[in-house]
Design a protein around this ligand. Structure first.
Ligand code: DP6
Length: 326
């Protein structure tokens, strides 16, 4: 009645921003991401007849009401599938800061989904697991799988799922994450998705993403970094344009964010194969070929405002572990 799972964060190359159905987390558009090896969440779930409520510990603290309810609601979904009534103990640890746009909800809900469903002996297909994880956090659907992953938007719970486009070893890319701020963001993704529709740019963005999905698949298939990079940069900027022009406006960048973006474009002119993307936070993910990653990381460290650089590579999907946290 106990299981532990590990899942990696993922960086979206084509982003998810805005839902057509918030409750079911059915996104406005499909998205494509790379699952990462170094940024992981480990979660143990134990169902126990002696408990009188769900006990949840995230990064050594009991989460505030809203975060607690989000995890408990996800446990309820999984309990319902298994016909289980016992309360659960959840202990979860991430090896990176959460709430700063480094996708802790993706790795967190992917690990929670696999740990809870395994603890209850549910035998779900891979596709069903990705849809289930999606209900906890949209981007968690992608973290269930390794390497390059597409989340198909779909129009119902069953047909909004993720599948692997290419395994982790398909292409040796490195994500150099330039961490420029580690304070939790004022507006989290869940609230941000609700604001997307208030931006006059959202309709144009969704239309563009529909056109960009196939060229992005092709860039991955053919390991074409300039094509992947130019689609990825434009998509990140278009998502941030939607954020900035929603009502109320969301603005995640700091001067260091802009300094990194500007530097990456300059380095490219000088021959470095580096391209950036940014999630819902100030930190900049710089994608480079593996052999150029030390050079890119060293250059990033030299930019004022960059506190540290995490070099992550393509990683596996969510998996079980014998090392329980409780
Ligand atoms: C900007 O998956 O964190 O990182 O479904 O509400 O948990 P919820 O949102 P979340 O949104 C991710 C937004 C993003 C882009 C992306 O990862 O595709």
């Amino acid at each position: 009645m106990k299981a532990t799972a590990i899942a990696g964060a993922n960086i979206a190359l084509i982003k998810y921003w805005g839902n057509r159905d918030d409750a079911l987390r059915l996104p406005m558009n499909g998205s494509i991401a790379l699952t990462l090896d170094r940024l992981t969440t480990t979660t143990t779930v134990a169902f126990d007849g002696d408990l009188e409520r769900d006990l949840i510990q995230l990064d050594a603290v009991e989460p505030h009401h809203e975060a607690h309810a989000r995890v408990a609601t996800h446990l309820d979904r999984i309990r319902r599938l298994a016909g289980e009534e016992r309360w659960g103990r959840v202990v979860s640890r991430s090896n990176f800061p959460s709430g700063v746009g480094l996708a802790a909800s993706a790795s967190g809900f992917a690990a929670l989904t696999l740990a809870a469903s395994s603890a209850l002996g549910l035998e779900l297909e891979e596709r069903e697991l990705t849809s289930l994880a999606r209900l906890g956090s949209g981007s968690a659907a992608r973290s269930m799988l390794g390497g390059f992953v597409e989340w198909v938007a779909g129009s119902s719970h069953e047909d909004s799922y993720a599948y692997q486009l290419a395994p982790p070893d398909h292409w040796a890319l490195c994500d150099c994450v330039a961490v420029v701020g580690e304070t939790p963001k004022p507006v989290g993704s869940a609230d941000g998705h609700r604001l997307a529709a208030t931006s006059p740019l959202q309709v144009a963005r969704v239309r563009q993403v529909e056109l960009d999905i196939e060229p992005m698949r092709q860039a991955i298939r053919e390991r074409d970094l300039p094509q992947l990079g130019s689609l990825m940069e434009r998509d990140a900027l278009s998502m941030h344009a939607v954020m900035m022009t929603s009502d109320p406006s969301l603005f995640y960048w700091t001067p260091a964010t802009v300094a990194v973006m500007t530097a990456v474009r300059r380095w490219r002119m000088e021959g470095l194969g580096a391209w950036f993307t940014i999630d819902a936070g100030p930190n900049v993910h710089v994608l480079v070929p593996e052999e150029e990653s030390d050079e890119a990381a060293a250059r990033l460290r030299g930019i004022e405002g960059v506190q540290r650089v995490i070099q992550a590579r393509s990683g596996p999907g969510a998996r079980l572990s014998d090392e329980h946290l409780v």
